[in-house]
Design a protein around this ligand. Structure first.
Ligand SMILES: [Zn+2]
Length: 431
């Protein structure tokens, strides 16, 4: 880990003389201990477990009272950022309701949208996707199982729930960060400014191709409400920053969904078209007139209703949303018209840039920017090129400091003189 620049400005101030200059196992252990100290300050009344996994992104699980702060940030030398991530995750434990409460408005929103969208065969998306009676909320929000057989409907539902979760989470992040005491918030501000610098650059260079869709909107929402820039679209549809900050978690999520309902509906239609492309364009099939078809439709409708009801019960009660019914095909048609236009423009730009490059003889004269989706952008934002993951071996070394106990003892060794000495004990029973 040589040549690693350590960013521990705030933390060094806190430590006084004992500056962090290296990332030895002992330093990493001290940082972990400090993190545990912050935990006792921020959530003294709760028994929160902190895990330091070897890789991943910081996250909190209010249900299990557990947070994860991966080593990767530390391994990149981002000590202040690590503290910031930890404070943010602890604030979730302190302030974000358990999943049972936050999942209710998210599911209510998705369910309303699924019932509002019609396919060319006259059925709603809800009628089509919930014809599988094996769906449960747990299955939909679960990570895909490798042995699970391919199921476009389930994949579609997972992606849609994930995106709505993303918007709800952005809203909750704005709320809890703004309500974090200033002495702790400065660490979170450090992470935000770093992320903003990357986003601002992507924005300036017009790199994000799905700028007007939900994934990019989630970023725009965050940076707008955190005061980094003014986004007119967000201002138009979102509840005000003030109302998000002063609201409770679920109330703020409901207001945010209500504001962005048309965008969310469009996104769900788009996702359905991505996952099940033939169905959204299909003509009037399946509207059979024979008795067997009518019987199947009848039974099918009952199954669908049952599945919807049971998932709604699993998700918990939430205030409903009002969304105008729309045809999936009309939404897709609209989007296709817009994208064709954009695609033409983009290829035009690229050609022109290449020409300029050649005529100038230098690549630097015109920087070519590769377009990315907001999802790809978010992945590139999380991983740093310098990221070196900590090895399992180093992890063991760090954890071993927990087992070391220093006892100061005074003893008379028979010389009528007291000798004071330090005794180092390695407690192998701890882990
Ligand atoms: Zn968060």
């Amino acid at each position: 880990m040589d040549e690693l620049e350590l960013d521990a400005t705030l933390m060094n101030k806190w430590l006084g003389d004992k500056k962090i200059t290296d990332l030895s196992p002992k330093t990493l252990y001290d940082i972990q201990s400090l993190i545990e100290y912050y935990r006792d300050v921020i959530v003294p009344d709760k028994n929160v477990k902190i895990k330091f996994p070897v890789e991943g992104t910081p996250c909190a699980n209010p249900d299990d009272m557990e947070i994860e702060i991966p080593y990767s940030m530390l391994a990149e030398g981002r000590i202040d950022n690590t503290i910031g991530a930890m404070i943010h995750e602890l604030r979730h434990i302190q302030d974000t309701p358990v999943r049972a409460e936050t999942v209710a408005p998210i599911w209510a929103m998705l369910n309303t949208i699924l019932n509002s969208l019609k396919l060319p065969n006259g059925k709603t998306l809800a009628e089509v996707v919930f014809s599988d009676c094996s769906y449960s909320l747990d299955r939909i929000v679960a990570e895909p199982d490798e042995d699970e057989k391919a199921d476009p409907h389930l994949d579609f539902l997972r992606e849609a729930v994930g995106l709505l979760f993303g918007l709800a989470n952005a809203c909750e992040d704005v709320r809890i960060d703004a309500n974090t005491p200033p002495n702790l918030k400065k660490y979170i501000d450090g992470i935000d400014s770093r992320a903003w610098a990357k986003f601002e650059e992507a924005m300036k260079n017009d790199v994000i191709e799905d700028w007007d869709f939900l994934q990019a909107t989630i970023f725009r929402f965050l940076f707008h409400h955190k005061g980094f820039y003014k986004d007119e679209m967000i201002e138009k549809y979102s509840p005000s920053t003030q109302s998000i900050i002063e609201n409770d978690a679920v109330g703020a999520i409901i207001d945010t969904f209500a504001g962005f309902r048309d965008l969310c509906q469009q996104e769900v239609a788009r996702l359905y078209d991505n996952f099940c492309p033939n169905k959204s364009e299909q003509g009037n099939d399946g509207q059979g007139n024979n008795e067997l078809d009518m019987f199947n439709d009848y039974v099918g409708d009952m199954v669908t209703e049952e599945v919807q009801k049971s998932i709604a019960t699993q998700a918990g009660n939430a205030k409903g949303f009002e969304i105008d019914p729309k045809d999936v095909s009309a939404i897709i048609e609209n989007l296709k018209e817009d994208t064709t236009l954009e695609a033409e423009n983009t290829s035009g730009d690229k050609e022109m840039s290449n020409e300029l490059c050649e005529s100038n003889g230098t690549v630097n004269a015109v920087v070519l920017h590769t377009k990315k989706t907001a999802k790809e952008f978010s992945k590139s934002m999380n991983s740093d090129h310098r990221a070196k993951l900590i090895s399992a071996e180093l992890n063991t070394q760090i954890q071993n400091f927990k087992n070391i106990q220093v006892h100061t003892t005074t003893e008379d060794f028979g010389t009528n003189q007291n000798t004071t000495y330090d005794c180092v004990i390695f407690d192998a029973t701890k882990n």
